[in-house]
Design a protein around this ligand. Sequence first.
Ligand code: MEV
Length: 311
Amino acid sequence: MGTGRGYGKTILFGEHFVVFGLPAIASALGSFTLAEVKVSEGKGYTVNDQRPATPGYKKTKYKESMQSIMNVIDHLNIDLNNNKLEITFSGDLIAASGVGASAAQCTSLVRALNSTFNLNLNNEKVNDAAYEGEKAYHGTPSGIDNTASTYGGLIWFVKNLSGGKNTMDLLQMPKKVPLIIANSGITASTTEVVADVRRLKEKNPEKFEKIFVKYKELAKSAKKAILEGDIVDIGKLMNQNHKLLQEINVSGEINDKLVNLALKNGAIGAKMTGTGRGGLVIALAENEIMQEKIANAIEKEGYVVWKTMIG
Ligand code: MEV
């Protein structure tokens, strides 16, 4: 028997842009998915998914989830003809669009298989295998989610579009800052939204080029603000990033509503995070008192909210 963890993540800057080789910044969350693998005589595998989840999430993502498990098993050359695997997923990460639930599931499974079959995988190999799993969910994933899930911490990530090694630098903030994560309750298809952005970009190359230039500058400033712990600047840049995400048509009405609600209640900055068109919104608070106030205001409107610290 073996177990493994995969952490959830939140993208602070650069979802979607990251798919096109632009830098993004993500933070792993303290919550994780736990995979447990038991081996018995026989063939094949069973899956028992006990993860807490947003209503509808598991049903919507069922096929992708099963394919991602198969991708991981194939990539690691696990012999299902002479082993029967009983795979159970649990943990405290709520499976929802935007929280890196798919990556956390893939990473946890890789780690559990690693320990069950003594595969001696280092983090790089764990990350590679989790990426194969992610392909079932994303089509063409940038790899940022599995990287955050595997390594943890706050990361600066750039996808290598030529297929070589991606860039990953760990960032350290001088002090941790409070973040609110609001769940719209809507599960979006990452594959579809990413494909939509690609189509839109092909139709409007000049518009996208301009947005990409703006975003590149924004990402550089965001890295600087994070390293300096300048939360006012981080907040401003989050707001600007949200506007650019609106311009590439990935922020849904619900995301804009939650962003505005957070800002109206004192957030320093707010934006959608992850796929968009539902999923999650993040908001930065000056201190824990403000974090509580913003979280309460959003909860009052009927949304599930999580409070965390990043940095
Ligand atoms: C999804 O969490 C993040 C996206 O940028 C897709 C990806 O990076 O693969 C939308």
